[in-house]
Structures are given as structure tokens and as C-alpha cells.
Ligand binder design. Structure first.
Ligand code: IVH
Length: 697
């Protein structure tokens, strides 16, 4: 057999195996991207070798229907979509179908379902199956939120088939997996698998207990009197069916390309997963004229985005220690490229989250990275386990200083290293935080500098044993330091080619003179001594004291002395402070070594009372003057607090709740109720990157 035929056979076997796992077992044995590549290769070869191999596999839709549910013959075949992956591919399609208008909408990563309404009553729901015959999931579909059992209005056609996508929102998916694991069940690898698994439960009560959602995007059998896809959507909405509010009808391919780019930018903030944009010729008569192949309509195309999910191996779970001592488990992964960057680590937040995700060390896991945001493990691919996997056990001691890990107060999920003064990890993180944009914004005091200053290769030359030493650094103290190069996410030392810790002369050039970093660091520390009082307060890493509270305290009391001499009651009275924060501040000051920081800083010339000048533009003429802005979800390049502080610096108000007076919401991944509220109130939602773009250079 010629090589090509052998390869076709091989590819068919693979594609069939993965399709079966995907459609029948709700398992993604490989990522969608890897699958797409196999399918594309097969498609090419099948086109080259049309004879002798039976029906080409790539002309088939989905997979055969399963056996648990009764078969349903669709009134109209349920089609798939052809994909393009770039502008060129899209423009070639646009050329083939002719001029617009085009209807564009998100491609939802879910499960295709067909709903049959007879005289306005839902009589049947079915999965796609092989496109001709699906599975009868009527009882389960009846439990999907928002799917009407009876259409609104009257004069409905005798028979309509409505097609759409059933899916889980990301937040609901995480909650569902947590629940399944707590009940001893097997977690799902990703939201799409969980939607499929939840919809194909034998017991409708189980489906009912899962918050599935549906959005409809088309029809099969149809006799209503409309002329365009967008008119169909209007009709479906009028009938009470859930349609996407994110669709647009656009006249030209150029506008469609802009839509594709825009949606991709907001992709990380969308509450469910999307894997591209579907573009449809809006006019139904043109749709009919263009017709379909055996697999997909010619009048529609999916423009796929780069994948946000890949499968990789979870090698280990380690624990890192943050600046307030919090112990955070993180995943060590077989490095893999996802959303354009190489990922090796992913945070797991706390031991409860490790449990609730149901991942074991050694598992193949689904890793998600949306745009620029922090990578996240969605869940394990349970069917790939071989029995060698083991559960993670949260250590009882700090991995860096061996002090006991314990909750800060009874009932806290988070464990903290109790050696806050001299745990090398905590000290390194606090010093790096002082240099960060959120605190004193000291160029040359980044993560690697902080590590060099606190944990040099020879510990006896460490110039910083606590924050107290920061402002009395001298060139003599810096020169002898050899530093380990550490990873900013994990605190782990990077290795050289021989597997030894990578070591560099950090503050000295080869000729023995001070390096640029050393000179910059000392100069910038001088500048930092006169930074606004609130920034100095933030830089102390007192728990709960972020920029908003620090500003309020600085404005009210005017000096460190006044703040730290105030009683808890006096502190708590300040707007934006409150009892928890007040207690945190007075508690902090009770520690001798904390008081020593203040004494030393004062002695080194740090200005610990409000300077006469104001920072930045005055509030009345700032970019955000008079605007109330809310930040929610996780941010990538800086903390939420730092974003809030930029809002305030530019004259705006950083508010904690969304109302109709909110100018806009800056939303990152994990955004929940605030995002929903903003959308329901039609408040503008932007990403962190879009927010940063607004700022003056
Ligand atoms: S229209 C006749 N619109 O993607 C063409 N499909 O990969 C029907 N999908 O089978 C598809 N979002 O299940 C359409 N906005 C959308 C969609 C969408 C997701 C699914 C659909 C289709 C699959 C093809």
C-alpha cells in the first residue's frame, strides 16, 4: 500500500478514536487544536486519494449516536461548519459567497442540540449524533435554564426545529466539578465535556441539578415567514428562546474582520468558552442558493481562534509563599504552548481548590490560558489515568524556612508561613512588592533584585534582613552580591545547562565597577524616600491595606506617627477603613521589628508625613474625573488594587459595586456577578489591556 494510503488509514483510526471519546464518553483525549490538525491532514489526503478507501471520514458530521438514549431522526440534517483559521481563509470564503450583509456571532464551545416545537410546544430535544440521527434527550433538555417548554406569543408554525448550543459558564463548571469531587465522583476535564456529560445523564434529575445554559443560533425544519438570519433571531427572541446578544449584521468583509478581532480581545471576559466567530450570509434566499455540501453549509463559515486549551501532564504540585506568608499550591507541568506562550506553572490557589478540581499528581490535565491571563487547570482527563497518580498533600511546613504553616485565624482556608520576619520567601516577596508599581514603583527593585538582596548565594553578605535595611543600602553592600536567578511565579531558582542554580554577579560589572542596576537602584531609592505617604503605607504589606484604604488613612492622619498612634476605633472611623483593617494595622505595629522598620526608614531620611506637593494631575482635571469605575476578576499585569489606584490617580472613583452610574467595568477572568450586573445594565465592559491603553503614556 502506498505511504499515503497507510497514513490515511492511520489518521482515520486516530480521528475515529478521538471522535468516539469526545462524542460518546465526553473525554478530550487530545486538545481540540491537535484534533483539528489531524483532521486537516486527513482531509487533504482524502482529497488526493479519492478511490478505494470507502467514504471519506472527513465528510461525516460528529459521530454515531450512542445507545443509552432512543434515536431521533432529525427533520432536517444537522450540519457542521467548515473552518478557516486566518484572514486569508475568511476572505476566500467571502469571495465565494459574494457581498454581505453578513451576520457574525460567537462560536460557542458547547454541544449542538435541536429542539422541536409543535404548535409552540416543546415536544422533542435531540443531540446532533451523526447529523441524521441523534439521541433523544427531551427530558434532560427540559431542565435547561431558559429553554421555554412553550413558546411565547401565538400563531406559531405547526412544526419548527430550533438549533443551538448547550454549554456551561466557566464559573458554574468549576462549582460543578467541586461538587462532583466532594461526592466522590470523577471530575470533568473542561466545560464542554461537562455540558455533554450533564445533558446525557440517564436521570433527568441529575441534569436538572446542573446549571446548563443554551443559546440558539439556527433552525432545521422551518416555515415562519422571514427573509434573513437576523430576522430569524428576532423571531426566536420574540418566542422567548435564548439568543446571543453578541451578534452583529455587517455589510463588508472588512467590518467582519474588525468584529473578529474585537471579539477576540474580549474573549477572556466572556462568561463561557468560545472558540471562534461564526459568519453567516444574512439573506436566507442567498443561503438557499449557495446550499450545502454533505457536511456543512456553504453560506456559513467558522473563523476559529487559536486554542485556549491544551492537554499536558501535571508533574508535581509545589507550594510557593507570598508576601503575607500565604502558602499557594501551584502546578508544575510538562511545558506546553497555549495561547501563544509557553506555560510551565499554573496556580492552584489553595489546597481546597486542588481537591475541588479533582486533579492528581501524574494526571493529564486540561490547561486553559485565555489571551494574556494567568493559566488555569480546568480538570483532569480521568480516562487516561493508569493508577500511578497520587493525591497532593498540603505540607505542614514552609518549603523555604521550615516554619509551621497554619491558618491566620480559625477557619481560614489559606495557610500561612508563621515566620513572617525572616522567612526568605516572605521577605523576598515583600521587598519586591515595595519596588512594584502598586507600591513605591522603584525601577531596578524587581523580583530578581529583591531576591539578590535578601537571599544572595553567600547568605552572610545579605544586605537586607528586613525592610528596615532597604533605605540604608550602599554601593559597598551591593558589590559583593552574587545572586541566584529566580522564577517570578514560583520563587524557584532557574538552572543552567548543567542543572546547577544559575548564578550571576548582580550589582557588579566584569571590571569590578558597579553595574547599571546598582546605580539605578540607589538613585531610585533616593527618589522613593519622598513618595506620597499612602504609597509608603501600602509598601509595608500590612494585610488588607491596599491603595484605597492607604489613601484614606494618609489623607486623614497625615503621618505614619499619627496613623500608628491612633486607636483601633479612631482608625475604623475613617471612610473606607473599617474594623478588620484597623485591627490589622494596630496588630502590625505591636511587633517590635515592624516598629524598627519605621524608625530605620525615618533615620534614613524617608519622608513619613504627607509631602506638600500632590501627586499627578489634580482630581478635577484627571482623565477619569467624575467617573465611577469598578474593577473585577483577576488582572494579568498588575493587581486589582494597582488598577484601582490608577483610577484614583487619574481623578476617578474606584467603586466596589456596579450601578447604572458606573462609567465602565474593568473585567478579568473569573469575573462573576459584577460582570453579569454590568451587562444587564448595559454598562461598558473593558479588559485590563483596554484600560491600560486609555491611560496617558
Ligand atoms: S451555525 C448549519 N452558529 O459549531 C450550521 N454553529 O463546529 C449550523 N456552533 O455544529 C451551525 N456556535 O454546534 C452555528 N453561533 C453558532 C455556533 C455554532 C457553536 C457549533 C454548532 C456546529 C459546530 C461546528
Amino acid at each position: 500500500m502506498p505511504n499515503q494510503l497507510i497514513r490515511i488509514k492511520e489518521l482515520r483510526a486516530l480521528v475515529e478514536k478521538y471522535r468516539d471519546a469526545y462524542y460518546q464518553q465526553d473525554q478530550s483525549l487530545i486538545s481540540d487544536a491537535e484534533y483539528d490538525l489531524l483532521e486537516q491532514e486527513l482531509k487533504k489526503l482524502e482529497a488526493l486519494e479519492p478511490q478505494g478507501l470507502g467514504d471519506p471520514l472527513t465528510t461525516k458530521v460528529g459521530s454515531g449516536s450512542g445507545s443509552v438514549f432512543d434515536p431521533v431522526i432529525h427533520g432536517q440534517k444537522m450540519m457542521s461548519l467548515d473552518n478557516v483559521f486566518d484572514t486569508e481563509g475568511f476572505l476566500a470564503w467571502a469571495e465565494r459567497v459574494g457581498p454581505g450583509p453578513y451576520l457574525c456571532e460567537p462560536k460557542i464551545d458547547g454541544l449542538a442540540v435541536s429542539l422541536t416545537y409543535k404548535d409552540g410546544v416543546l415536544v422533542r430535544a435531540a443531540t446532533r449524533g451523526d447529523g441524521e440521527v441523534g439521541e433523544d434527550i427531551t427530558q434532560n433538555a427540559m431542565t435547561i435554564q431558559g429553554v421555554p417548554h412553550r413558546l411565547s406569543g401565538d400563531n406559531h408554525p405547526e412544526l419548527v426545529e430550533v438549533r443551538g448550543e448547550v454549554f456551561f459558564e466557566l464559573e458554574d463548571f468549576a462549582k460543578l466539578n467541586a461538587r462532583i469531587v466532594s461526592q466522590g465522583g470523577k471530575p470533568f476535564a473542561n466545560p464542554r465535556n461537562s455540558a455533554s456529560g450533564s445533558l446525557r445523564q440517564k436521570d433527568p434529575a441529575v441534569s436538572a441539578s446542573r446549571p446548563l445554559k443554551m443559546l440558539v443560533h439556527g433552525f432545521g425544519v422551518w416555515s415562519a415567514d422571514v427573509v434573513s438570519q437576523s430576522a430569524v433571531y428576532q423571531k426566536l427572541t420574540k418566542w422567548g428562546l435564548p439568543t446571543t446578544k453578541r451578534y452583529q449584521v455587517l455589510e463588508t468583509p472588512k467590518l467582519v474582520l474588525a468584529f473578529i478581532a474585537e471579539l477576540e480581545a474580549t474573549r477572556p471576559t466572556i462568561e463561557h468558552e468560545i472558540d471562534g466567530v461564526v459568519i453567516k450570509v444574512d439573506d436566507l434566499a442567498t443561503q438557499e442558493m449557495l446550499g450545502s455540501t454533505s457536511r456543512a453549509p456553504r453560506w456559513a463559515i467558522a473563523h476559529k481562534y487559536p486554542p485556549e486549551q491544551i492537554n499536558t501532564k501535571l508533574l508535581d504540585i509545589k507550594v510557593s509563599i507570598g508576601r503575607t506568608g500565604r502558602a499557594t499550591p501551584f502546578a508544575v507541568l510538562v511545558p506546553a504552548v497555549v495561547a501563544g506562550s509557553q506555560v510551565e506553572f499554573a496556580t492552584l490557589h489553595n489546597q481546597e481548590q486542588v481537591k475541588s478540581k479533582g486533579v492528581l499528581i501524574g494526571d493529564t490535565v486540561v490547561l486553559r490560558k485565555a489571551g494574556d491571563v494567568i493559566p488555569e487547570i480546568l480538570g483532569p482527563v480521568v480516562s487516561l489515568r493508569d493508577g500511578s497518580e497520587r493525591a497532593f498533600v498540603m505540607p505542614s511546613k514552609c518549603p523555604e524556612c521550615q516554619a509551621k504553616l497554619g491558618p491566620a485565624s480559625l477557619g481560614d482556608i489559606d495557610l500561612r508561613c508563621t515566620n513572617s520576619k525572616s522567612c526568605p520567601a516572605q521577605l523576598r516577596e515583600r521587598i519586591a512588592y515595595i519596588g512594584s508599581r502598586a507600591a513605591l514603583d522603584i525601577e531596578a527593585l524587581g523580583y530578581v533584585s529583591a531576591s539578590a538582596l535578601t537571599n544572595p548565594v553567600e547568605p552572610e553578605v545579605a544586605p537586607i534582613l528586613s525592610e528596615a535595611d532597604l533605605f540604608s543600602l550602599t554601593i559597598e553592600k551591593l558589590l559583593p552580591i552574587k545572586a541566584k536567578v529566580v522564577d517570578v511565579d514560583t520563587g524557584l531558582a532557574k538552572k543552567d545547562a548543567d542543572g546547577n542554580d544559575k548564578v550571576v554577579d548582580f550589582f557588579r560589572k566584569k571590571n569590578g565597577e558597579p553595574s547599571e542596576v546598582a546605580i539605578k537602584l540607589l538613585a531610585n531609592l533616593e527618589v522613593a524616600k519622598t513618595k506620597p505617604l499612602w504609597r509608603l503605607l501600602v509598601s509595608l504589606s500590612i494585610r488588607h491595606v491596599g491603595p484605597v484604604a492607604a489613601r484614606a488613612l494618609a489623607d486623614n492622619f497625615g503621618s505614619f506617627r499619627a496613623i500608628f498612634e491612633a486607636s483601633q476605633e479612631q482608625l475604623a472611623e475613617v471612610d473606607g477603613v473599617g474594623p478588620t483593617l484597623a485591627k490589622s494595622i494596630t496588630g502590625w505595629y505591636l511587633e517590635d521589628w515592624h516598629r524598627q522598620i519605621i524608625t530605620s526608614w525615618e533615620a534614613a531620611g524617608v519622608q513619613l508625613s504627607n509631602p506638600l506637593h500632590k501627586e499627578g494631575p489634580s482630581k478635577a482635571d484627571g482623565l477619569f474625573a467624575g467617573l465611577s469605575i469598578v474593577v473585577t476578576g483577576s488582572m494579568e499585569t498588575m493587581t486589582r488594587e494597582a488598577i484601582e489606584s490608577l483610577i484614583i490617580e487619574n481623578g476617578g472613583k474606584a467603586s466596589s459595586s456596579v450601578s447604572k452610574n458606573t462609567a465602565f467595568l474593568v473585567a478579568g477572568p473569573g469575573a462573576g456577578s459584577k460582570l453579569t450586573k454590568a451587562e444587564s445594565l448595559d454598562v461598558l465592559v473593558i479588559t485590563e489591556a483596554q484600560f491600560l491603553d486609555k491611560l496617558p503614556a
